[in-house]
Design a protein around this ligand. Sequence first.
Ligand code: SF4
Length: 181
Amino acid sequence: MRENNPSVKPAASKAIAEYRKVRASLQHKCTRLHNLHHAHLQCGKGCDACCINFRVFPVEFFSILSAIQSNKLNINDTQPEQCIFLVNHSCQIYEHRPSICRSHGLPILNMDESGEQWELSYCPLNFKAADETYFTLDNGFQQDYYNSKLFLINREFVKHHEGETFSDTELIELRRMKDYL
Ligand code: SF4
């Protein structure tokens, strides 16, 4: 089903602008960490197991949609678990890809359920378990820091977004973008 991209009210546009600022700052951080871990990172064309069908906040979904809507894009809709923008091992929307894609390959830190301890995750192709002493709070990507910012921005966005309604915590599958393209 093809849907129209809903019109965007000024307050929703402001939220999209805020989202893009946070994404730029996140990118800056990821670039620094990629440089720092350069010797470990094996990520490259053909290694795309990270490119799954992510779900993103509506503010991110509609921001990306507005950036790519006028482009002629190839879409790969053959595997439901895979990202539709991964075609021939290349990201078709690389410049506009979601924030979660920007930290692919980096050591990721998330706060555990108690809210008191960081949990580390990393790609075993890039880092070995024996490397764990190598990780610090400064050389890991603190995902929750950006997720909290995105949550607040998205909350404003969904309040003012016209068309489909979303709760504060609702996420949209990236795959759904094909309905608008
Ligand atoms: S948007 Fe690009 S980088 Fe992100 S999962 Fe899809 S293909 Fe991979």
